[in-house]
Design a protein around this ligand. Structure first.
Ligand SMILES: C[S@@+](CC[C@H](N)C(=O)[O-])C[C@H]1O[C@@H](n2cnc3c(N)ncnc32)[C@H](O)[C@@H]1O
Length: 345
């Protein structure tokens, strides 16, 4: 007997009358008080038929694409459409979804910080997001955690591209968020002196702010006495370029130079070293620092999340280690780097 490809039922052409007889039909030779072969086959066929019938006759519940976005109650679909995460037809734009995933993860880290600041600050909170781009982060934070209780909260985005600043301002207007959101067209390095930003801010964020914009964001946070800084750095080329320049002079001095002798290693080690120096700098300035991964590496290679919480005035030991590191790597003569990482004299 041959079976159909799924093995559940016999090929129809091979079923003869005898096989279709009742399993308890005495006329079939193989009956011995239980199911004979034909009966067994018939039962299997019936099962298969019922199964298929159920599958085809069941009303297909159409999946709502928005279900996959893990939306929060009251979350604005208009915002997700404006950020091109949801298409006009209500589908999901997979590329933007990846971005949303990163931003969601980041907002989970930032929400408790906003709460903490508001609890201890009469409900007020001032957050500045540097290298804001389309302001995904600022908008999602405002939509999820601030719009329900906007009094005393400001989310400001600093961005060098005028077109993105204008679009963000228009979107905030459209969504009714403009009372608590502002967008400033400026390089991060100039934001400290900008009249529209207060002398002190509570939280500084920078998600993939290009090159040294992350360092400028940290400097901004230090000058504005930020309680928290949350940064996910982009690539930074400055430290690698100093390592490159010093390569030959370091060759005879330390075998550590092997860490950056090959050009690819110069870039990679430079990038790693930059984040290490950023963390030490924050610790030296009195912050408690945690470093973790934002999302899986499949979502982004630029994935290191640095969260800093101000907990003391300063930390001289960390400052000492910062200086020693730069000395051991032959970078302590680099005036630019000493200033960049606020190395105390
Ligand atoms: C890679 S995008 C990230 C945008 C946004 N944070 C996000 O994650 O969607 C970097 C943004 O930083 C802006 N940018 C780069 N250097 C900057 C600087 N020095 N000051 C302000 N913005 C800067 C760029 O114009 C760009 O919009």
């Amino acid at each position: 007997m041959e079976f159909a490809p799924n093995g559940l039922y016999p090929k129809m052409s091979q079923l003869n009358r005898a096989e279709w007889a009742s399993p308890y039909d005495k006329s079939t030779e193989s009956h011995r008080g239980g199911l004979n072969q034909a009966g067994e086959l018939r039962e299997r066929f019936t099962l298969w038929a019922l199964n298929s019938l159920q599958q085809t006759s069941m009303p297909k519940t159409k999946k709502n694409p928005l279900d996959s976005l893990d939306l929060k109650p009251g979350q604005s679909i208009d915002l997700l459409k404006a950020l091109h995460i949801v298409t006009r037809e209500g589908g999901i734009n997979q590329d933007s979804r990846r971005k949303l995933k990163q931003v969601y993860h980041l907002t989970h880290f930032i929400e408790p910080l906003i709460d903490e600041v508001r609890k201890t600050n009469d409900g007020n909170v001032y957050l500045v997001d540097h290298g804001a781009g389309k302001s995904y982060l600022g908008f999602i934070l405002y939509d999820l955690y601030i719009k329900q209780n906007p009094e005393g909260a400001v989310v400001a985005g600093v961005e060098t591209r005028q077109d993105l600043v204008d679009k963000s301002a228009q979107l905030a207007e459209k969504l009714g968020f403009s009372a608590g959101m502002k967008f400033i067209n400026l390089p991060v390095a100039q934001a400290t002196e900008h009249a529209d930003l207060p002398d002190e801010v509570d939280i500084v964020t920078a998600l993939h702010a290009c090159n040294t914009a992350t360092d400028d964001a940290i400097s901004f946070g230090l000058k504005k006495n930020a309680k928290f800084m949350v940064v996910v750095p982009c690539c930074q080329a400055e430290v690698a370029s100093h390592l490159r320049q010093n390569k030959s002079s370091q060759l005879g001095k330390t075998s550590l130079v092997e860490m950056w002798r090959h050009p690819l290693h110069t870039r990679e080690f430079g990038s790693q070293l930059t984040n290490v120096l950023r963390c030490l700098q924050l610790e030296a300035q009195g912050y408690q620092v945690t470093v973790t991964e934002l999302v899986g590496w499949e979502h982004s290679m630029k994935n290191e999340l640095i969260v800093a919480r101000k907990h003391q005035k300063s930390n001289p030991k960390a400052a000492q280690r910062l200086r020693s590191m730069l000395t051991e790597l032959g970078l302590d003569g680099e005036e630019g780097l000493l200033q960049r990482f606020h190395v105390p004299a």
